[in-house]
Write a protein that binds this ligand. Structure first.
Ligand SMILES: C[S@@+](CC[C@H](N)C(=O)[O-])C[C@H]1O[C@@H](n2cnc3c(N)ncnc32)[C@H](O)[C@@H]1O
Ligand code: SF4
Length: 470
């Protein structure tokens, strides 16, 4: 808890950047789509589709100073070429895995950076391809990006999305970070929009009957609690349906621009102060009519029983059998077996050029993979569940029946003693302090699995990987 806190619990086990690269034998086995290797899909399990059309963005400061997600310098030509390759990847994958053809999808997410910076024509073709490949009628569809691109563009990507995709509900997810113009300038993000652009983007979503989510950062270098509260107040006032608050992940060695600057690092609050700030912002949101739905997400309480509430993340946290299919650079796929004994996670190459090469080659596009055995799979489910803030009765039963139950029990005791977790006879839930220190909790639980003789080397929940997650 003395070390920098990240958002590892949100990302699940193992972290993307800690996944091993596949060797030639593994790739050969996977190329045959052998069911011994990739578990067959059960059509009853919820299916999520993540699409990363390209990794490009264009802030004036490299990586906006703080960003830990994969990003490359924008070029319209390269973005168009990459998104066309994504359409091809979808076509190839469906041809090789016919059980995905027209499969019913619960959530579709265009994300992975600045998805709304995709050139309009290629975005239309990509949307059309997805609509003809999957059954999206019951799906929630999200488009991620920066404010300016939600309010500009003729035609608007928002209209293209609704013209091309028959889905139940659409939403936007916008990176705001802060309303302070001097801080936006420090991030090189002024051209992405200011307070009025953020409000216009919410309006652009609402007039189309879409919901709107916005990301805010807190605990920025030298940022006072008053400044943070002002950001939250403005985010509420522009009518966002959902507000995500991320404690800034930054420490020497992280590899971001700001993390390389000792003067900036010096201005970061210590963990205790950062935790107390987070707690104040959380309370402010709860008192302003928001409901906390995960470690970082707050949603307007009136949406709690509305079919338009945000579903993608809760489905991935709560279902033991949720399948994820990811397309594009860094795309992640996850297939569990029904009996919970085994699962496979794969990840596509991160860089656009490697990704395009892989799509145009024979064999699987992914180059990293992780095969979960039963204990790994349990750890994944435990960490995912905790990201939704609580262990219900089912999660407790799974822990009690685990081969590693003694190790988990000792650690849960410790979390209660440290006031990170509270419990009654049927449930446990994270305290606000536990929410801030969720990263330490993730590390501690991963240690329990490691104690039980993992066949994998230790760094699967490591803190030293530089990109791919916060
Ligand atoms: C894929 S990113 C960015 C979306 C979009 N490209 C943008 O710039 O607005 C999603 C979110 O992760 C958060 N994020 C990125 N780097 C972070 C860091 N180092 N610490 C905490 N949150 C971070 C930001 O709030 C960001 O909006
Ligand atoms: S925060 Fe968004 S715009 Fe900035 S570098 Fe990351 S992905 Fe690109």
């Amino acid at each position: 808890m003395a070390r920098p806190q990240r958002h590892r619990l949100l990302h699940g086990y193992p972290l993307a950047a800690a996944m091993p690269f596949a060797d030639a034998d593994v790739r050969r086995m996977a190329a045959t789509f052998d069911s011994q290797f990739e578990p067959p899909r059960n059509p009853r399990n919820p299916l999520l589709v993540g699409v990363l059309p390209h990794p490009f963005c264009n802030p004036r400061i490299s990586g906006c100073g703080f960003c830990t997600f994969p990003h490359e310098t924008y070029s319209a030509l390269k973005a168009a070429a990459t998104s066309s390759a994504v359409s091809l990847e979808i076509e190839q994958r469906i041809a090789n895995q016919p059980d995905l053809d027209r499969a019913q999808v619960s959530g579709l997410y265009f994300g992975g950076g600045t998805a709304n910076l995709t050139p309009a024509n290629t975005f239309r073709l990509l949307a059309r391809r997805l609509n003809s490949s999957f059954d999206l009628q019951q799906a929630e569809v999200s488009l991620e990006g920066v404010a300016r691109n939600f309010v500009r563009g003729n035609p608007s990507l928002l209209d293209i999305m609704t013209e091309e995709i028959q889905a139940r509900h659409f939403r936007i997810s916008m990176g705001i970070q802060t309303f302070s113009e001097s801080r936006l300038e420090q991030m090189g993000r002024l051209a992405f929009g200011r307070a009025d652009t953020f409000a216009e983007a919410v309006e652009a979503a609402h007039v189309r009957n879409m919901t709107a989510s916005g990301d805010l950062l807190c605990n920025l270098p030298g940022q006072s609690l008053e400044e943070m509260k002002k950001d939250i107040r403005q985010a509420i006032d522009i009518g966002l349906d959902q507000i995500c608050v991320y404690h800034l992940v930054m420490f020497p060695g992280l590899g971001t621009e700001w993390a390389r600057d000792p003067a900036m690092v010096k201005l970061l609050p210590a963990n205790e102060e950062a935790s107390s700030n987070w707690n104040e912002l959380r309370t402010m949101l709860l008192e302003s009519g928001f409901r906390q739905t995960s470690l970082t997400n707050f949603e307007r309480a009136e949406l709690a029983f509305d079919p338009r509430r945000y579903r993608y993340e809760p489905i991935s946290y709560e279902s033991n059998h949720c399948q994820v299919v990811g397309f594009g650079p860094s795309g992640i796929s996850f297939t569990p077996t029904d009996n919970g004994q085994y699962a496979l996670k794969t990840m596509n190459p991160e860089s656009s050029s490697e990704y395009m090469q892989a799509v145009h080659s024979q064999g699987p596009v992914w180059n990293r993979y992780f095969r979960y055995d039963r204990l790994d799979f349990e750890l994944l489910l435990i960490t995912r569940r905790l990201a939704s803030l609580r262990f219900d009765n089912d999660a407790h039963r799974m822990i009690a029946e685990s081969e590693a139950s003694q190790s988990y029990a000792e650690r849960l005791e410790l979390l209660v003693a440290e006031n990170l977790l509270e419990r009654n006879s049927v449930e446990s839930w994270l305290t606000p302090k536990g929410m801030f220190y969720s990263d330490s909790i993730a590390g501690l639980l991963a240690e329990a699995r490691w104690e039980h003789g993992s066949k994998h080397s230790r760094p699967f929940m490591s803190n030293d990987n530089r990109s791919g997650h916060m």
